[in-house]
Design a protein around this ligand. Structure first.
Ligand code: 3IO
Length: 341
């Protein structure tokens, strides 16, 4: 008994020494440790871009900064990330602006049907808009980067071949994209992407309105075998940082983060555009999904029916002190610049 007791004691002393040594070692390797919260599962594009940002930051600061990532709502969820980052429960968080109607009167312009055909061009245009206006809607945060989904399309259990097929169909979307569905006669159910797998499984919704990456990343192709191309609006995202945490960073680290802002927007857009292709190929191969294109007449009707949403947005922008017409023309100029048409 006594012998084992002594041995245990010695082992305990040894263990304490090792752990003290290790913790000093890791503390000296990374002087700054930052937490980064994200709401959807690890395989989805907001989390893929988060891991890429972490790697670049750790590399470019020579390990001075360590980023601890929390995908899948393990630290903060889709709807409480803003508050959580403001209060410092996480240093950094990724948000989908469409989950906060009315909170982003300027950047919500990207939820409108503006005709962007890629995530790369929309992400760069969104970043440019942010840089130009530095809108007060983000005044409580440091914005590290922004990006968008790819253009949104319908993913449904039953085929939507005509606008008529959309009548009364319960579909998941968020923000102004829910209003787009409503304008087209569908019955939108607003919820974050992270709540959508369960809603589809339970039959609360019969499909969703988002970009095709999720067919693979959330395995929606298994349930939603019909994909109707509308290429209407994108979902804008922002990566926000707690202001105190930002202000506490040394200048060289701030520079690394600032230099990454635009680059990360472009990287994410390019990743997304390629990934939509991969996701469609995978879904055809694995589940034999059908891609549906509506008639020209229906596509024209989509444009006409959603036009009033642009006027609605302008009115709301105006009451927030924003010149909506000027913003729309800036965004259109960026679209032409990045899409070349
Ligand atoms: C999205 C959100 C989380 C994970 C993957 C995703 N792909 C496209 C989106 C955009 C979207 O539908 C949303 O809810 O923000």
């Amino acid at each position: 008994m006594i012998r084992t007791g002594r041995l245990t004691g010695l082992l305990a002393v040894f263990a304490i020494c090792v752990s003290v040594l290790c913790s000093t070692a890791s503390a000296s390797a990374a002087e700054i440790s930052l937490s980064y919260a994200n709401f959807p599962p690890p395989k989805t594009f907001p989390c893929v871009q988060m891991e890429r940002w972490k790697q670049e930051v750790e590399k470019r600061t020579n390990g001075k900064v360590l980023v601890q990532t929390y995908p899948g709502s393990t630290l903060l969820g889709a709807k409480n990330t803003m508050r959580g980052v403001m209060q410092g429960q996480a240093d950094i968080g990724c948000i989908s602006l469409a989950y906060h109607p009315g909170v982003f009167p300027l950047c919500s312009v990207f939820e409108l049907p503006l005709g962007f055909t890629s995530s790369t061009s929309a992400s760069l245009a969104l970043w440019d808009l942010y840089e130009k206006y530095k809108p007060s809607e983000f005044k409580r945060f440091k914005v590290l980067t922004m990006f968008t989904s790819a253009p949104s399309n319908l993913m449904t259990k039953d085929p939507v071949r005509t606008l008529e097929d959309l009548k009364g169909l319960e579909l998941r979307a968020s923000g102004i994209l829910s209003k787009i569905l409503e304008s087209l006669g569908a019955t939108p159910v607003s919820m974050p992407m992270s709540a959508t797998p369960e809603a589809l499984q339970k039959g609360v919704v019969k499909g969703l309105f988002s970009s095709f990456d999720v067919l693979k990343d959330l395995n929606f192709a298994e349930i939603c075998r019909y994909e109707t191309v509308t290429n209407t609006a994108v979902y804008p995202f922002a990566v926000i940082m707690n202001l105190n945490a930002w202000n506490a960073l040394p200048d060289d680290v701030k520079k690394v983060f600032n230099d990454l802002g635009r680059e990360q927007a472009e990287w994410t857009g390019k990743y997304m555009d390629q990934h939509v292709k991969d996701s469609l190929d995978w879904s055809k191969e694995k589940y034999g999904i059908e891609i549906i294109r509506m008639s020209d007449a229906d596509m024209k009707a989509v444009k006409e029916k959603t036009l009033p949403l642009i006027e609605d947005w302008k009115k709301k922008a105006s009451s927030a002190g924003i010149n909506g017409a000027a913003v729309l023309s800036d965004v259109e100029a960026s679209r032409v610049k990045y899409e070349g048409k």
